[in-house]
Design a protein around this ligand. Structure first.
Ligand SMILES: *[C@@H]1O[C@H](CO)[C@@H](O)[C@H](O)[C@H]1NC(C)=O
Length: 553
């Protein structure tokens, strides 16, 4: 049975719809610029040939992923690379979305990781001429060094009145994340003079491009202080002045001292007036090689008079001082309001010759993209750089980022859990160690030094480095014991075969043993001394451990 025409058309409808959707999608899914670095960039991106830009750009796999990115491969270098865009990006009636992924694989202490969206360059410019003077419309991305740690959003804008360009910096910019994971930075530049900055799909800052949110603001003030205007000589800016009518009171004595002798004080009974506070050291002896001619007459050194220690005091008695009730200090006239006060002088305002007004910011078209940075760290990786007018496209590309980020986050969690487990093991070992040390301090023979030892252990407990060195010492002591045990066995075997050895020979062997043993410790000289100390302590410790139960029963 032949299919009626209507049915055929009906069957076709879904296909037609699909075709239409596909057309719509592909036209929408075409960003102005997109770079994934999955294919070799040679020929598309051009490293800077300018002097000083020695940093070597590398196309490299992102750590832990199969995708590629553009990598800053060496430390402490200047880097430049640029590409010409297939078409100019206009800031007219459509939003412009600037987006890229960034991963600081080795973290960052000092370095930039921002992009420059370059406007028209001077005639004959080629991308390999990129340096820090290349004019741009927008500079966007993180920058960190010392106290600076921000996501820049800076634009260069031409004053239509003067024809000169200025840089306008976003005030109070957001801070970039401080980790080694992949992050996505997005700037939405809307036709209504608004910029919104997102990091990892979270809005961090929205600002009016024509407002005071930028430093300096694009729109210049209408008037400015007249540079020709000068403050008149007789302009009085003093709010208060000393009262010219005031006079110093007759009885005001400026010379009365701050302190006087306390006349009520009396010399304590038993004060030794005739005893000097210091006497010649009776134990001092003139050195044998003292030459009176060359060194002058020898005088014994002075010591404190022992008689003064017992008595109330000796030497000339002096009255103690006390505060003088008559003390007044220098007289000053009281301050009064200045009748001649005219306020703070300000220059007169004149019309600003640079003034202009505009309703819509006039950002110049972006024709090329550049990365021009100076960094102390390597491992900065740029990826998925995108310029589009379509918010949907930008969000589709962010899904790639999200998948990547989730994997990295998972990996990070795993590593943190492992680290925590290791740290727990360390704490357990530390606790055992201190139990051992406190037990040792309880040894009867250490009673006189116990307090000092306990204080010492407390200091060690608070100090991680000390903890590590104590562990080191204990390892050395343990090694020494094992070694001695082996040696004793060897000795006893020897003695069964050869009878008793001479004492001298035995000492020879034990000397060798010490020398070899100390090789195990990191700090040879110190290690050896400590081995002996710890050894005798530990011997005793082992002994008391065995003794104790017997005493208790
Ligand atoms: C500017 O445009 C964006 C996008 O259409 C909108 O979300 C925002 O609210 C607008 N801002 C102002 C101040 O009109």
């Amino acid at each position: 049975m032949p299919t009626p025409m209507a049915v055929r058309v009906f069957i076709l409808i879904p296909y037609l719809l699909l075709l239409l959707l596909q057309c719509l999608y592909t036209s929408a899914a075409e960003p102005i610029f997109y770079e994934s670095f999955e294919e070799d960039w040679v020929g598309r991106w051009h490293p800077s040939n300018k002097e000083g830009y020695q940093g070597f750009w590398k196309r490299a796999k992102i750590e832990g992923h199969e995708n590629y990115g553009l990598l800053v491969s060496e430390k402490a270098r200047k880097y430049g690379i640029a590409t010409i865009l297939p078409e100019a990006v206009e800031f007219k009636d459509k939003p412009v979305i600037l987006q890229y992924e960034l991963r600081l694989q080795n973290g960052i202490e000092c370095g930039g990781s921002y992009l420059k969206f370059l406007r028209a360059q001077k005639d004959g410019w080629t991308p390999d001429q990129l340096d820090n003077t290349a004019p741009y419309s927008i500079m966007f991305g993180p920058d960190k060094c010392g106290a600076t740690n921000k996501v820049h959003f800076i634009f260069q804008h031409k004053n239509p009145k003067t024809g000169s360009y200025r840089e306008h910096h976003l005030k109070f910019p957001p801070s970039p994340p401080n980790d080694k994971l992949s992050h996505v930075f997005t700037a939405f530049v809307y036709p209504n003079n608004t910029v919104s900055i997102f990091i990892d799909e979270i809005e961090k800052k929205t600002a009016d491009l024509l407002s005071e949110s930028f430093d300096p603001p694009v729109l210049p003030p209408k008037t400015i202080p007249d540079p020709e205007d000068k403050k008149p000589e007789d302009w009085d800016e003093r709010v208060k002045i000393p009262d010219p009518e005031a006079v110093k009171p007759e009885d005001w004595d400026e010379n009365a001292p701050y302190e006087i002798e306390d006349l009520d004080a009396t010399k304590p009974v038993g004060w030794l007036d005739d005893e000097p506070e210091e006497i010649d050291d009776p134990d001092a002896i003139k050195p044998e090689d003292w030459d009176d001619d060359e060194d002058g007459e020898w005088e014994p050194p002075k010591v404190r008079n022992p008689k003064c220690e017992d008595g109330l005091g000796c030497g000339q008695w002096m009255r103690p001082k006390k505060k003088n009730p008559a003390y007044k200090g220098k007289w000053y006239a009281p301050m009064i309001d200045n009748p001649a006060y005219k306020g703070v002088w300000k220059a007169r305002q004149i019309p600003n010759p640079e003034y202009f007004h505009m309703e819509k910011l006039n950002l110049e078209p972006v024709v090329a993209l550049g990365i021009e940075i100076w960094t102390m760290q390597d491992g900065i990786l740029f990826d998925n750089i995108l310029i589009t007018n379509d918010e949907k496209i930008a969000s589709i590309y962010r899904e790639q980022w999200k998948a990547k980020y989730d994997i990295e986050k998972e990996q990070q969690k795993k590593e943190e859990a492992e680290k925590a487990a290791r740290e727990n093991a360390f704490v357990r070992m530390q606790n055992k160690l201190f139990k051992f040390l406190y037990d040792m301090a309880e040894l009867p023979s250490l009673a006189p030094q116990r307090e000092m030892l306990l204080a010492l252990i407390e200091i060690i407990e608070e100090n991680q480095v000390a903890v590590l060195s104590v562990i080191g010492i204990i390892v050395v002591v343990a090694l020494y014991f094992v070694f001695r045990l082996l040696l004793n066995r060897m000795k006893s075997k020897k003695s069964t075969f050869e009878g008793s050895l001479s004492k001298a020979k035995k000492e020879d062997i034990s000397c060798d043993d010490d020398a070899e043993d100390s090789e195990g410790s990191e700090d040879k000289g110190k290690g050896k001394e400590k081995v002996f100390e710890e050894n005798s302590l530990a011997d005793e410790f082992v002994a008391t451990r065995h003794r104790r139960p017997r005493r208790e029963t």
